[in-house]
Design a protein. Structure first.
Length: 370
């Protein structure tokens, strides 16, 4: 690792030494302010250099969001043929000019500097010179404290090591925990802002689920890793998270994703300021919708007693009618039964069978039956 990243050790240490020389004109050269601001300035310098990659990341991320439905269709169509699926994916990327790795460029480009800073601070903690940090600067850096915690110590370092640098374990762990919490909160807020304001809500894609998962997973990862890195690296990490959060807020406000909540809010701001050019037909249609919405009569507010009366009266009427109907049918059935019984009784008295017709003259019996 030292052989591969050796040149970066010199680059990172040289940048820190130059900023330290500048801040030593204002602060004590052995103070945490001089060394801490040098690390913060290193972050700012690296992030400024990464702005072009950040612009590419935004474009690549939006293109990937737009391609998610087509990618899903290709996966479903060629799910049994992985080779054909890969070929169709590459063809889709080529046609749209999208590079999936572009969304990871800022992280990949920043990782070597992060590792190099970690190794430089680790050398300082071990009392070893590295890069452009000689014996004099090494002694100065080991004396530098941020709120009582040396820049080169970790959360899990032993009490003897911490005390050798002029600090206490309590101070180191309190400062470390506060910085880890701030790192996790800044990362969570950045991801949540991206999910709620800068995502096209009209398209439901797996990309949204991935972002939601990252929103909850990344803070946990930071908490686990944070206890194993020096305080100076935590300062670097916290500074780059704050930079990312502010940079994203700027992009969301000035150049949001079409179809997102932030895009609609920006359109409203431009419309209110008279800077948005719109099709007259769309303006008239929107005004018609707003006018119809304004004319729509809202139901009058009623008391609880009135609502209960209004809600129970139809039901009571229907219930009464339902109860009266079977009673009426029962009475009609009983009347018919009584009438039939009365007819049968009359027939029996006349000497006939029940139900036999008795009106009119009777036919004479056949001679053969006499």
């Amino acid at each position: 690792m030292d052989t591969i990243l050796g040149p970066l050790y010199y680059a990172v240490s040289w940048i820190i030494v130059q900023f330290h020389s500048l801040y030593s004109l204002v602060f004590d050269k052995n103070s945490g302010w001089a060394w801490g601001l040098s690390i913060v300035s290193l972050v700012v310098l690296i992030r400024i250099c990464l702005i072009p990659l950040f612009v590419k990341q935004i474009k690549a991320t939006r293109n990937m969001q737009a391609l998610q439905p087509k990618m899903k269709a290709i996966q479903e169509r060629y799910k049994s043929d992985k080779q054909r699926q890969s070929e169709e994916m590459m063809k889709l990327y080529k046609e749209t000019g999208t590079n999936p790795l572009s969304s990871c460029l800022p992280i990949l480009a920043q990782s070597p500097f992060f590792i190099s800073l970690y190794q430089v601070l680790n050398h300082i903690a071990q009392g070893k010179t590295v890069g452009f940090i000689n014996e004099e600067l090494l002694a100065s850096a080991r004396q530098a404290h941020i709120f009582g915690a040396p820049l080169s110590v970790k959360f899990l370092d032993s009490a003897s090591k911490v005390e050798s640098l002029g600090a206490t374990v309590t101070d180191v762990r309190v400062v470390t925990i506060i910085m880890i919490v701030l790192m996790s909160l800044s990362q969570f807020y950045t991801q949540r802002q991206l999910m709620t304001k800068n995502v096209d809500l009209s398209v439901k894609t797996p990309f949204m689920q991935q972002q939601k998962m990252m929103m909850y997973v990344f803070p946990v990862i930071f908490a686990v890793i944070g206890i194993n890195v020096p305080v100076g690296v935590l300062l670097y990490w916290l500074t780059t998270n704050v930079w990312t959060m502010g940079q994203q807020m700027f992009v969301i406000r000035r150049n949001p994703t079409p179809g997102s909540l932030a895009f609609n809010q920006r359109q409203e701001r431009l419309r209110a300021a008279g800077k948005l050019k719109e099709d007259p037909a769309e303006v008239e249609a929107r005004k018609a919708v707003e006018a119809a919405r304004a004319k729509r009569q809202q139901p009058k507010r009623q008391t609880k007693a009135k609502r209960q009366v209004a809600g129970t009266t139809p039901a009571a009427t229907a219930s009464t009618a339902a109860e009266e109907k079977p009673s009426l049918e029962k009475k009609q059935g009983e009347t018919g039964t009584d009438a039939k019984a009365a007819g049968d009784t009359k027939d029996a008295k006349a000497g006939g069978k029940p139900g036999q017709r008795k009106s009119g003259p009777q036919r004479p019996k056949h001679p053969s039956k006499k």
